[in-house]
Design a protein around this ligand. Structure first.
Ligand code: ATP
Ligand code: MG
Length: 230
C-alpha cells in the first residue's frame, strides 16, 4: 500500500481518499486570490504540528510578510518558524542564486519532508524558453524525489481562463497530482471551489467541491458539489 501524507486541511484528505501519496509533487493551480498560499501554508503548519518539517520557497514575499498575512486568518505559524519546524525563504532570481541549488541545500539543512514552491509560474520572470523551464522543473522534481519530499508547486493561472491549469502548459507533465482552486462568480457573487484533477497512486473524488476561507482556515465540503460554469 502506498503511504499517504495527510494534509489535515478540513475536507481535503476526504476528497483525496486519505491524503497525498508520499513523495508526490502536486500542482496547486488557481487564479490570484483563490487560496493557493493559504492552502500551502496550512499543509506545512499541520505537518509541523505532527513533527514533519516544512520548507516554503517564496518568490514574492519574505518570511515576515508571509507570517503576518497568514496570521490574519488566525493561523499563527511564528512558533513553528521560531522552533525551526518551518523554514520560509525568499528566492530572488536577480541575485543570481541557482534555484535548484538553493532548494537542495535548504531541504538538506532543514530535513524538510513537506515542501512548497510559491510559485513555479514566477520562474518565467527570469526564464522565458519553455524547454528551459521544463529542465528546471525536471531538476526540481529530481531533488524532491531524492529527498523523499511531498511537495506543493503553486501555479498561477489567469482569472479569466478557468480551463487552463498552468501558464506554460509544461508544469502538468512533471507533476504527480493536480489540485485546482476555482474562484468564480455568478453576477456579482464570488464563490470558491476545488477539484482534484489527478493524483497518481490514489483514487479521489472527481467532483468539484465548494470551500470557504474562514477564521478556521480552509474548509472543504466533501459532501457538497459546486455548480460552476467553466
Ligand atoms: N480572514 C479571512 N476570511 C476570509 N477570507 C480571507 C481571509 N483572509 C484572506 N482571505 C481570502 O483569501 C484570499 C487570499 O488567499 P491566498 O493569498 O492564499 O490566494 P493566492 O491564490 O495565493 O493568491 P495570489 O496568486 O495572489 O498569491 C484573499 O484574497 C481573501 O479573499
Ligand atoms: Mg499566493
Amino acid at each position: 500500500m502506498i503511504e499517504k501524507i495527510k494534509t489535515y486541511v478540513t475536507g481535503l484528505d476526504e476528497i483525496l481518499n486519505g491524503g497525498i501519496p508520499k513523495g508526490n509533487e502536486v500542482l496547486i493551480a488557481g487564479p490570484t486570490g483563490s487560496g493557493k498560499t493559504i492552502l500551502s501554508l496550512e499543509f506545512l503548519y499541520n505537518g509541523a504540528l505532527k513533527g514533519e518539517k516544512g520548507l516554503y520557497v517564496s518568490f514574492e514575499e519574505d518570511e515576515k510578510a508571509i507570517v503576518r498575512n497568514i496570521a490574519e486568518i488566525g493561523l499563527d505559524i511564528s512558533k513553528q518558524v521560531d522552533n525551526k519546524m518551518i523554514r520560509i525563504i525568499k528566492y530572488d532570481p536577480y541575485r543570481f542564486e541557482n534555484l535548484t541549488d538553493l532548494l537542495s541545500m535548504n531541504i538538506k539543512e532543514t530535513g524538510a519532508t513537506r515542501v512548497v514552491i510559491d510559485s513555479i509560474t514566477a520562474i518565467n520572470l527570469y526564464i522565458q524558453e519553455a524547454k528551459d523551464i521544463r529542465k528546471i522543473l525536471v531538476d526540481i522534481q529530481t531533488i524532491l524525489r531524492d529527498n523523499n519530499c511531498t511537495a506543493f508547486l503553486i501555479s498561477e493561472i489567469p482569472s479569466e481562463n478557468n480551463k487552463m491549469i498552468s501558464r506554460f502548459g509544461v508544469e502538468e507533465f512533471v507533476s504527480d497530482g493536480i489540485i485546482i482552486l476555482y474562484y468564480t462568480h455568478v453576477s456579482s457573487e464570488f464563490s470558491r471551489s476545488v477539484l482534484v484533477w489527478k493524483m497518481r497512486g490514489s483514487t479521489h473524488s472527481r467532483k468539484i467541491h465548494p470551500f470557504k476561507i474562514s477564521k478556521e482556515g480552509i474548509v472543504i465540503y466533501p459532501r457538497e458539489e459546486a455548480l460552476i460554469k467553466l
